[in-house]
Design a protein around this ligand. Sequence first.
Ligand SMILES: Cc1cc2nc3c(=O)[nH]c(=O)nc-3n(C[C@H](O)[C@H](O)[C@H](O)COP(=O)(O)O)c2cc1C
Length: 360
Amino acid sequence: MVTDNRLSSLLQLKLPIIQGPFGGGISTVELTSTVSNRGGLGSFGAHILTPDQIIETTKQIAGKTDQSFAMNLWVEDHDPEALSLSDDAYEGFAAQFKPYYDELGLDLPKRPDRFHESFEEQMEGIFQARPPVLSFVFGIPSIDILRECEQRGIATIGAATSVAEAVALDLAGVTAIVATGFEAGGHRPSFLKRAENSLMSTSALVQTAAARIETPIIAAGGIVDANGVTAARQLGASAAQLGTAFLACEESGTTDAHRELLFDKDAVADTTLTRTYTGRLARGVRNRLIEELEHPDKQIAPFPVQAWFVGPLKKASMETNQTDLTSLYAGQSAPNLQHRNVASLMDALTTSLDSTAAAA
Ligand SMILES: Cc1cc2nc3c(=O)[nH]c(=O)nc-3n(C[C@H](O)[C@H](O)[C@H](O)COP(=O)(O)O)c2cc1C
């Protein structure tokens, strides 16, 4: 199938498919490059990488594909409350996590100078590495940064969870806008209002944003197959971004236990929005970590302090393939997942989208 719209030429796509980036260390060079080699836009979630790691990872992906791909960053790298966190508050959060660290035989992490890499510094890595596309969430980069991207030939994709955010991104002049509905796995990357007050469905957001803006829209949230892609395009999107469907593929960097869980229809039938994983609202499967930390006696730390404490639990759980004390991201359409590797998923999408185009 050859996509027929502006977006395909702007991003050099053969298929109207974007593989959603995965932050937190579960993107892989293999996943990103394989999707791009098969005609979609592979993306790499780089928000925890240093500028040097961004340069190195971009080189590795470019070494495996001559097609377009995206590197992805988080614009607002700390919640304001995390920047002004007192030492007492830090110790209070540490005390909440201590039982889990004791249970797994881990030492509590010391307070760092910064909890997260600086977005501005990471952009220096992007400018040097010059990936074909920069996608970003949780805000809009400064006009200087967007202009520099344009000058260096880097296309930009922002993410909106409301029509107001889509309009703001449109005014900023980005190349494309991901309209992400509450169905989506992973974070709700709201930046104008609290995520809890920005809960539009993918279909409502795509339709209402398409009526207001000219910038091409990429629908994200609850899409796992060609029917979903076609429906999103009928509502006004130029392409679809699939996250959970690619997360379930063996090429993603998550654990086998998480992948297996994604194919357990009963377990993923009931996902939830929670701040437990990082301090920011995200969709995943309820487990012991969520049940215990959402207790009225407990307090969730701001981003990325919560992520700072959950990180070592996640790492230990990855090593032991456990699912009770880690993040289990999943979108609402996970019960419809069918493909366990990228070749199978991309072949199915290509074939079905081709036949839809032929029938149209
Ligand atoms: C595990 C996981 C991590 C994610 N991390 C990021 C990220 O760092 N940056 C980003 O733009 N989107 C991120 N997303 C969102 C996806 O890229 C995509 O937009 C979303 O998963 C689409 O919804 P779906 O899961 O229902 O397909 C993540 C999603 C998941 C499931």
